[in-house]
Write a protein that binds this ligand. Structure first.
Ligand SMILES: C/C=C/C(=O)SCCNC(=O)CCNC(=O)[C@H](O)C(C)(C)COP(=O)(O)OP(=O)(O)OC[C@H]1O[C@@H](n2cnc3c(N)ncnc32)[C@H](O)[C@@H]1OP(=O)(O)O
Length: 257
């Protein structure tokens, strides 16, 4: 593994995202994550998974620079489906997965965290789905998971404005379970993971299976539609403008085309 490392101690697997400077989720990183999940799934000594990021951020989202190498709307839809399927696998995984978020979880980074069973955050972390700032929309099921966690109106505000919430606000909204000073986040996350690891893996798996029944058919229809529209927005002029503006570090000018 080049972009992730993982270790196993006390029946807790800790996965660390290591892709400086922003832990952006390139397609290779997503493939590595899938391979790590295969290994963890097959390892009976692991009962809980803790996911966090090395460096300044948990993850600043999908790799915006890689977007410039993708040409067709169909290929963007394929990328969207790849992330959706991977994060669905996490939410339906046989072992609990906890995200420990410091710095920022933005765009695909927050979508990755929302694919975990719950989130623990640093008080000053920033969590948001800023894709509309890029002339795009979320594509890794964020449009469906965010409203389930924070309600439709707050999700609409976060999406329309692109403004992130802090770790403390995320707890008030139900997006995260607990907030800690950044220096104490990992220690507390690990403590909770070890507590969960003492439970029977059979009842943990059964609980995860049952929690997933709270997702309706509409949820899955929404995820499918998201992938289709994700492809559409990328081939719009505004989508190209938003990505160029990010790379050139300037404000985008959207024209509705
Ligand atoms: C399906 C999923 C879709 C998506 O996820 S779309 C992406 C959604 N995410 C975003 O829009 C977040 C974009 N990033 C930011 O807003 C900011 O960055 C941060 C708030 C994370 C950090 O800001 P600051 O502290 O001022 O640092 P900095 O100079 O902007 O970033 C440091 C370096 O990291 C690169 N970077 C940041 N985010 C991404 C990204 N998502 N993809 C690729 N590169 C990224 C930058 O470009 C820069 O790099 P350099 O030093 O070479 O200029």
């Amino acid at each position: 593994m080049e972009l992730l490392k993982w270790s196993n101690q006390d029946m807790v697997a800790t996965i660390t995202i290591e892709r400086p400077p922003a832990n952006a989720l390139s397609s290779s990183l997503l493939k590595e994550l899938s391979a790590v999940l295969d290994e963890i799934e097959a390892n009976d000594e692991i009962r809980v998974v803790l996911l966090h990021g090395e460096g300044r951020f948990f993850s600043a989202g999908a790799d915006i620079k890689e977007f410039t190498t993708i040409e067709t709307g169909e290929d963007f839809s394929k990328l969207s489906i790849y992330g959706q399927v991977l994060f669905e696998r996490m939410e339906t995984f046989s072992k609990p997965i906890i995200a420990a978020i410091h710095g920022a979880a933005l765009g695909g980074g927050l979508e990755l965290a929302m694919g975990c069973h719950f989130r623990l955050v640093a008080e000053n972390a920033k969590l948001g789905l800023p894709e509309l700032q890029l002339g795009l929309i979320p594509g890794f099921a964020g449009t469906q998971r965010l409203p389930r966690l924070v309600g439709t109106a707050k999700a609409a505000e976060m999406l329309f404005t692109s403004d992130p919430v802090t770790g403390l606000e995320a707890v008030q909204l139900g997006l995260a379970n607990h907030a800690y000073p950044e220096s104490e986040l990992l220690e507390n996350a690990y403590k909770m993971a070890k507590k969960i690891a003492k439970k029977s893996p059979i009842s943990l798996k059964a609980t995860i299976d049952l929690l997933n029944y709270s997702k309706s058919e509409k949820y899955y229809e929404g995820v499918k539609k998201e992938a289709e529209l994700f492809g559409n927005v990328f081939v719009s002029e505004d989508g190209k403008e938003g990505i160029s503006a990010f790379i050139e570090k300037r404000e985008p000018k959207f024209r509705g085309k």
